[in-house]
Design a protein around this ligand. Structure first.
Ligand code: 5MM
Length: 352
């Protein structure tokens, strides 16, 4: 029989809870510069107070926990207080949403490898994780970015980033925090869907080999990958079914059955399209996949919400209604039941 320590059991339970039926994750871990860029698009003041108000709007949306199991927060957010004086972490917990935290500190150029990046944040991570666990954060996330272009990604870029992801995962499991591993093959460029498939396959195979070498308990992680898509500048148009088939086939080749769940990033896709892709994957393959297939979107859920909110108090309720609508749509897609045609009117009934 397999021996699982009490701490590791907690980590495994968190992973299972996060991919529970009908639920997915909300990535609301934008760093301050990214959040400010998004705010600027809609004329929202780029202040700590506005970022706090926005994140409070999200976490106080009535009924959100029906569709959202966990929220990935940012270091600034976990130290902020809501208007009633409680911490935003407490607000999430009260709403039935498991709070998690982005622990990487962004990317920098990979020395000697033009146009490639490496993710930073391992220094002092053990101590930070101890602090985060003490604050009630139950899971973490680390994103590695892999660009596709002429001559890239290189073996070195993939290997280095995947080794770092595995070291991060080991530190998280040691701390009793469930690691989400996010190797993102970027959509930037004019590469084909086939190139994205090949790169994603190489990245995932390298990742799981590194996780094995680092003695990671695969039952205590979640994978947050990109979907397999042509680059943004490629004129080739792939159908929703082609994307679904390419993505699930790629995952089936690389992701061990011990992993409880795969929660996609949206990567800059239109929100509706990302939902349709997830829906099609579950519609076609749900009986053939060993892991839960769900979402961990940021832009695909949040952009329409920000556009409605615009930083104004009087827009809070319609913005929350949009958030709930986007969350419900993705929850339906989790089972292949999403139907864009039946969008309800925005009224109070969605809050029931
Ligand atoms: C919210 O975006 C996260 C990264 O933010 P920074 O670049 O500001 O650090 C990102 O990790 C996010 O969680 C995932 O990429 C998913 O977001 P999308 O928008 O791709 O669904």
């Amino acid at each position: 029989m397999e021996y699982v320590s009490e701490k590791m059991q907690v980590v495994r339970d968190t992973a299972i809870e996060l991919v529970a039926s009908y639920k997915g994750l909300l990535a609301m871990d934008e760093s301050t510069p990214t959040c400010n860029t998004r705010f600027a698009q809609f004329g929202i003041p780029e202040t700590a107070e506005a970022r706090r108000d926005y994140r409070e709007l999200i976490l106080t949306t009535p009924g959100l926990s029906k569709y959202i199991s966990g929220a990935i927060l940012y270091d600034e957010t976990i130290r902020q207080q809501a208007s009633d004086g409680s911490s935003l972490i407490a607000l999430a917990i009260r709403s039935g949403i498991i709070p998690g935290i982005k622990v990487d500190i962004g990317t920098t150029d990979l020395a000697g490898f033009p146009h490639e990046k490496i993710t930073m944040g391992l220094d002092g991570l053990r101590e930070r994780l101890t602090e985060y666990a003490g604050m009630g954060l139950r899971f973490a996330k680390w994103r590695a970015v892999i660009a596709v272009g002429k001559g890239i990604p290189t073996e070195t870029c993939i290997a280095t980033n995947m080794q770092i992801l595995a070291q991060y995962a080991a530190l998280c499991q040691e701390a009793g925090i469930m690691p989400i591993v996010e190797p993102e093959v970027l959509m930037d460029g004019d590469h084909s869907i086939m190139q994205c498939f090949e790169v994603t396959e190489k990245v995932l195979n390298t990742l799981f080999s590194e996780l094995y070498k680092q003695r990671i308990d695969l039952a205590g992680i979640l994978l947050k990958p990109n979907m397999v898509l042509a680059g943004k500048d490629n004129i080739e148009k792939n159908s929703i079914t082609e994307v679904a088939e390419a993505t699930v086939n790629c995952l089936l080749r690389c992701v061990p059955a011990a992993v409880p769940g795969v929660a996609f990033l949206s990567g800059g896709q239109d929100g509706e399209l990302a939902t349709n892709h997830l829906n099609e994957m579950n519609r076609l393959y749900k009986s053939r996949m060993p892991w839960a297939l769900t979402f961990s979107f940021s832009r695909a859920i949040q952009l329409p919400v920000l556009e409605i909110w615009k930083g104004k108090k009087e827009n809070i309720i319609p913005a929350q209604q949009e958030l709930l609508y986007r969350a419900k749509g993705n929850s339906d897609a989790r089972w292949g039941d999403y139907d864009f045609a039946v969008r309800p009117e925005r009224d109070a009934s969605i809050f029931m």
